[in-house]
Design a protein around this ligand. Structure first.
Ligand SMILES: [Zn+2]
Length: 590
């Protein structure tokens, strides 16, 4: 089936060319690179492991440069293994090579792990004087970042024990969760979670309602296991935060994001204060669907009048490049390389992983993009999203391996911005009034998924983590109460939450995998909306500044990177401006 679709869309030949990395699995350079990495890691270890504390600025620079060079080479090997696997997940040779690279990487890690531990042991006064030295300017931000974890680091022996026990810790519990969910069957037809969730997007209300019933039924049957995993991971986080001296449950996440607690608090407060936006929207949606009341399982019902015309790869390509070009010819030029030089893999085929990504690769090569293109508007948006990442990674590459990647909260800036460019240029092309309205609704729903839903989930996390710390293990009914309270706060009386909905906290993997993660989505989306408003106001003058932001990669903190735009992350007005843009979009459909 996918073959004829690929032919129709013209994606059969849109496959990436990985020879920019290695000519193939038999390329002799692969074995050379692997030996180089293994030998270099051993050499660095024996030369430096016991003398980091006595290094001069020059000596420290030389060590970090060697580590960066080693990791870059390793990154190139890993990229080759990973990208091949992404399109050939069933191929045993491909998967064996990926496994070999993972094991190589982990054994090299044992030789080089000394550096971060030892650098964090250097006393503060000496570290400050080293960091002030211009010799180290290139790595200053990277080295400062590593040191942020110094107050939360344990002794070398303790860290090694934790590392040794890690495979039976947090990771093992999340794997159990994946296994339980993977084996769970729903309804009479014994369907998978994915199949049931897909039904929530069905235009037929009876199908959606049955899906909600089935989802709840399946989860209920396993709730005793799910709540045990949930409680164990809440406790694990509590213990680990205590050992590592983190004041609150979200502090370690904020530190990783290079954000202060008060900035994150500001973001959350601003979003919670605008819960009227989703409430107003769902009232509009209820009317559009012609329903007496909107139930939880109606939220994802497709809005009427949305076009379902297929868009070929060539058409999609023009839509994206035209929208980019209108903003900045340089941006269109870079994105154009991905199409012209075979840096994209587009067709849907057996053995290829789902979803989409942009892989930054290593600075001396170039990023690659993977999508599963099926020709709808959502796919065009995804291509824009991933090419936004691609352009960002391409521009940031000159910072070098250690400084090119941004923190989580800024990593989605370029991608969401690119989506918004394409959305706006698409919107301008639509003439039918109803179609236009439906198109905006679809955009609003995707914004809600990243802004309001994620912040309501953050409020839920806040309640359960704090309750676990204050009162011990939680009953599933208590967790359900926290879930319903935080969801009701967002939906108000616009969406009726059925009893079934009460345990829908139990299948969301983010809470278990990466506690605290969810607010990053809201941060990224609102930041982009505000930047876009700035672009509308300043026009062409905004463009070079924006490209500079991308080129800076992760070489500075979010505060420093956004300073040139006059953005103050600690000013509530900044977040309100972003929310106002959503309000304006909503007014267009109201
Ligand atoms: Zn992304």
């Amino acid at each position: 089936m996918s073959d004829s679709l690929n032919t129709l869309l013209g994606t059969n030949e849109i496959k990436w060319n990985l020879t920019d990395l290695y000519s193939g699995y038999d390329d002799p350079v692969i074995e050379d690179d692997i030996s180089f990495c293994q030998n270099e890691a051993k050499a660095i270890n024996s030369e430096y492991a016991d003398r980091v504390e006595s290094l001069t600025a020059k000596g420290l620079y030389a060590l970090v440069a060697r580590l960066e060079n080693l990791e870059t080479r390793l990154g190139k090997l890993f990229t080759f293994a990973f990208l091949n696997f992404a399109t050939h997940t069933h191929d045993q040779q491909v998967s064996a090579f990926l496994q070999r690279m993972q094991e190589t990487g982990s054994s090299i890690g044992k030789d080089t792990v000394f550096f971060e531990l030892a650098w964090n042991m250097v006393n503060q006064e000496r570290a400050e004087s080293l960091l002030a030295d211009d010799e180290l300017a290139h790595y200053r931000h990277y080295l400062e970042n590593v040191r942020k974890y110094a107050p939360h680091q344990l002794s070398e022996i303790e860290e090694k024990i934790l590392l040794e026990r890690a495979p039976v810790g947090r990771g093992s519990w999340t794997t159990l969760f994946e296994k339980v969910m993977g084996h769970m069957k729903f309804g009479e037809k014994q369907r998978t979670e994915e199949e049931v969730l897909a039904d929530l997007y069905n235009p037929d209300r009876a199908v959606r309602s049955a899906a909600a019933e089935e989802l709840t039924g399946g989860l209920k049957g396993h709730l005793h296991i799910l709540i045990h995993i949930f409680n164990t991971l809440l406790a694990e986080k509590m213990i680990s935060d205590r050992l590592r001296n983190y004041p609150g449950w979200v502090s370690s996440m904020n530190l990783g994001n290079e954000l202060e607690d008060k900035t994150v608090g500001m973001l959350i407060e601003a979003v919670v204060n605008r819960y009227d936006i989703p409430q107003r929207y769902y009232k509009v949606k209820q009317k559009m669907l012609g329903l007496e009341e909107l139930l939880d399982y109606d939220r994802y019902a497709p809005v009427p009048h949305l076009s379902d015309k297929k868009i070929t790869w060539q058409e999609g390509r023009s839509m994206v490049l035209d929208a980019f070009g209108e903003f900045s010819p340089r941006m269109a030029e870079i994105a154009g390389h991905f199409f012209d030089k075979k840096w994209i893999h587009a067709p849907v085929h057996e053995g290829k992983r789902g979803g989409a990504f942009a892989h930054p690769c290593v600075p001396e090569v170039h990023p690659y993009v993977l999508v599963n293109y099926t020709g709808n508007l959502r796919d065009v948006s995804t291509v824009a999203h991933e090419l936004g990442h691609g352009v960002h990674q391409y521009l940031a590459a000159e910072r070098g391996y250690y400084s090119s990647n941004t923190t989580l909260v800024l990593s989605e800036t370029a991608s969401v911005f690119a989506e918004l460019l394409v959305f706006n240029s698409q919107l301008g092309l639509l003439e039918d009034k109803e179609e236009k309205k439906a198109f905006i609704c679809q955009k609003l729903e995707s914004i809600f998924a990243t802004v309001f839903r994620q912040i309501s989930m953050n409020r839920f996390e806040d309640k359960v983590h704090n309750a676990r710390r204050a009162q011990g293990e939680l009953k599933s009914e208590e967790v359900t109460d926290f879930w319903m309270a935080t969801q009701r706060e967002m939906f108000g009386d616009a969406v009726v939450l059925s009893e079934n909905y009460g345990i829908w906290w139990s299948y969301i993997p983010h809470f278990l995998h990466t506690p605290g993660y969810v607010y990053s989505y809201a941060f990224g989306e609102l930041l982009v909306l505000s930047l876009f408003a700035l672009y509308k106001k300043e026009g062409a003058a905004f463009v070079p500044q924006y490209l500079e932001l991308l080129a800076a990669g992760g070489s500075r903190t979010p505060y420093q990177l956004l300073d040139p735009f006059g953005v103050n992350l600690d000013d509530p007005q900044f977040w309100n401006d972003g929310l106002q843009i959503i309000d304006d979009l909503l007014k267009m459909v109201e």
